[in-house]
Design a protein around this ligand. Structure first.
Ligand SMILES: Nc1ncnc2c1ncn2[C@@H]1O[C@H](COP(=O)(O)OP(=O)(O)OP(=O)(O)O)[C@@H](O)[C@H]1O
Ligand SMILES: [Mg+2]
Length: 386
């Protein structure tokens, strides 16, 4: 088989150059006088698992409802596979939604719950049976066809809701905290199963969760939202390793956020003085030059901080500070050690240690050594105030 130049380019093309499946262009939405979204844009690629995360009330559900057609935008357009669907009724869009509440019909059994929307669409009985069987097999519900929702566990009900959506074979599935009601163990299992099903079927998922670990486990890309705006969009690893703002650093994982003065900067590196105490040179990731105040926020992940009872005699000690222990919390597999980094520190600085020094050395008031590498100092947004 020989490919045309365009086909070769399409095969190699990273996401972003492939035609998006869903395109939200400049949507604004308000309820009464409250603006929830203004000029919001987002693209979802075919077969992509895209997750929206953000604090309660930031607009995640509103975005899903707009995509599904349950809400109308004040302005802006929504395209699905290149077609403007902004004014189409929800059932005419090739989109299904799975809600946290499952919304199953209590008097219907599993089979009829899954078959319902297929029957509404007027599918032949034979196709209905075929599609329901396929969806139940995918969600591991075969054998439970005749059970009613009140004879199912939470996890099984969740699967029925998913099977119902999959049976309609949409090109896009919207999921609003679908695992929110499940206990932690079941949640972890279902995360992997959902991800597997999504990959096998090649359906694009737009997924909403409060749980950052869930977002990291499942997603191709994550959108971090703050008050209706995209704070950062990227692959899970990029969001975690290169957060651009203190909001993202804190929301996706834990972070010690400090202030730093920019002493000098070149294209490749920036000399910083952290909290007027620690000098270090970090890779230049951009924000330093954009800081008219000459100050930026920096973050250090707690798991990147080592705590030593004695001064380490390392050849390359990185950043080393003599610090006082404020509190030590033993977690079993690791320890959280809260430290007073400097005399005038306003925020606690903490370390998450796999192997911390002996308990006695970590009693409150003890002096220990905290150590981290300059490359683990993440440069965030400029400090606005002077
Ligand atoms: N029908 C409505 N009428 C009035 N205000 C609404 C309506 N729906 C949502 N809002 C408001 O819009 C904002 C965004 O709500 P949305 O439900 O999208 O948040 P969310 O990110 O899904 O939050 P959560 O994580 O709590 O589910 C909130 O301030 C909410 O109070
Ligand atoms: Mg919501």
């Amino acid at each position: 088989m020989t490919l045309t130049t365009e086909e070769k380019a399409a095969l190699k093309a990273p996401w972003g150059t492939v035609a998006p499946l869903l395109e939200i262009r400049g949507i604004s939405k308000s309820f009464g006088r409250a603006d929830v979204l203004s000029d919001f844009s987002l693209s979802v690629n075919p077969a992509e698992f895209l997750t929206l995360v953000g604090p309660s009330g930031c607009g995640k559900t509103t975005i899903l409802r707009l995509i599904a057609g349950f809400e109308k935008p004040r302005s802006g357009r929504i395209f699905l596979a290149g077609r403007d669907v902004t004014d189409l009724a929800p059932y005419r869009r090739d989109i299904h939604t799975v809600f946290q509440s499952y919304a199953l019909f209590p008097h219907y059994d599993v089979f009829e719950n899954v078959a319902f929307s297929l029957r509404i669409r007027g599918l032949e009985e034979e196709s209905v049976r075929e599609r329901v069987a396929e969806a139940l097999a995918l969600t591991k519900l075969a054998g439970l066809e005749r059970r009613k929702p009140d004879q199912l566990s939470g996890g099984q009900m969740q699967r029925v809701a998913l099977a119902r959506s999959l049976a309609g074979r949409p090109s896009l599935l919207l999921l609003d905290e679908p695992l929110g009601a499940l206990d932690l163990k079941l949640r972890r299992e279902m995360q992997l199963e959902l991800k597997n099903i999504q990959r096998r079927l090649g359906i694009a998922f737009v997924y909403v969760t409060h749980d950052q670990e869930e977002a990291t486990t499942m997603s191709d890309r994550i959108v971090v939202l703050n008050r209706g705006r995209i704070e950062q969009l990227g692959e899970p690893r990029e969001i975690y390793e290169k957060p651009r703002t203190s909001f993202v650093a804190n929301f996706m994982g834990a972070a010690n956020v400090l202030e730093a003065r920019v002493l000098s900067s070149s294209a490749s590196s920036v000399e910083l003085k952290i909290e007027d105490e620690i000098d270090c040179a970090v890779p230049n990731s951009g924000p330093a030059s954009a800081a008219p105040s000459g100050r930026v926020y920096v973050a250090v992940r707690p798991e990147r901080v080592a705590v030593h009872a004695q001064r380490p005699d390392d050849q390359a000690p990185g950043i080393l500070a003599r610090v006082q222990v404020k509190e030590h919390v033993f977690l079993g597999h690791s320890s959280q050690v809260y430290l007073k980094l400097f005399e005038k520190s306003r925020r606690p600085f903490w370390a998450l240690c796999r192997s911390a020094p002996m308990n006695g050395a970590l009693a409150p008031g003890q002096w220990v050594w905290a150590q981290f590498r300059p490359e683990d100092v993440l440069m965030l947004e400029p400090v606005e105030r002077t």
